[in-house]
Design a protein around this ligand. Sequence first.
Ligand SMILES: [Zn+2]
Length: 308
Amino acid sequence: MKRNHIAMAIGAHPDDIEFMMAGTLALLRRAGCETHCLNLASGSCGSAEHTAARLRAIRRREGQAAARVLGAIHHPSLVDDLEIYYERPTLRRLAAVIREVRPTILLVPSPQDYMEDHTNTSRLAVTAAFVRSMRNFATLPRRAPIPGDLTVYHAMPHGLRDPLRRRIRPGAYVNTTAVQDLKRTALSQHRSQMSWLETSQGMNQYLMTMEQFALEVGRGSGRFRFAEGWRRRLHYGFCPPDADPLRDLLGRDCLLDTRYEAALEHPETCGCAERHESATPDQARLRRPAKQDARPAKPSMPRAARPE
Ligand SMILES: [Zn+2]
């Protein structure tokens, strides 16, 4: 029997999902998926204004409000900020939630990101999903193992770069233009993250940052105004090698970068088309050793993504 898709987004902190994943989650909801949100950490260090206890409560309410905007089911956090470690108790608890939710699509942070809470969330979420059907892995509370395929997608890192400043290129672009307003509204539920002055001016720096990321990924697609980027995880332990429910469910709103896919097979090309493609004058310039020019290379447009 064909299962309906269930999509689950797991972020590190309240608002991480709204920054990098919420547009895709909203589109999956429109495509008929049941959707879920879980922020692993409580947001307890995200303000100098309140005690940790007060802030936990505030940010939980804000996270719930954002999930409501997105039409997603909200799950409570498991630990505090800066306490997301790749260790057994958190893994057991997260694995229990995954067995309860039974996702078929899992949206998780980038394996490379600017802070350890994010990268540890990525690792914990992947392993908690990996053990979903293993009878001898004890979850907390105990939940029966679940069968079924699940496809894991990694979101773009904050700033669209890895911790060593290298630009990360997605393998798939999701067109979030139609849900950009919704994404903005969801992010704006996190009021504790905006200063009163910024709030009073409406479009503040906080929202602008999210908007800039979406515009930059959109530019990289060469087709969409606003976009979110994804990299599909290797299938081992999860699903058939070619399973790609984002592509199947989102249709024309999901654009695969054929150059990225080709580079997966031939790592010597490493996806950096600017440096490896045969020579236009521009590309030859990019290939020369840097002449004190620290500016980042403009991301090249994947062939499949050029505006038609
Ligand atoms: Zn975060």
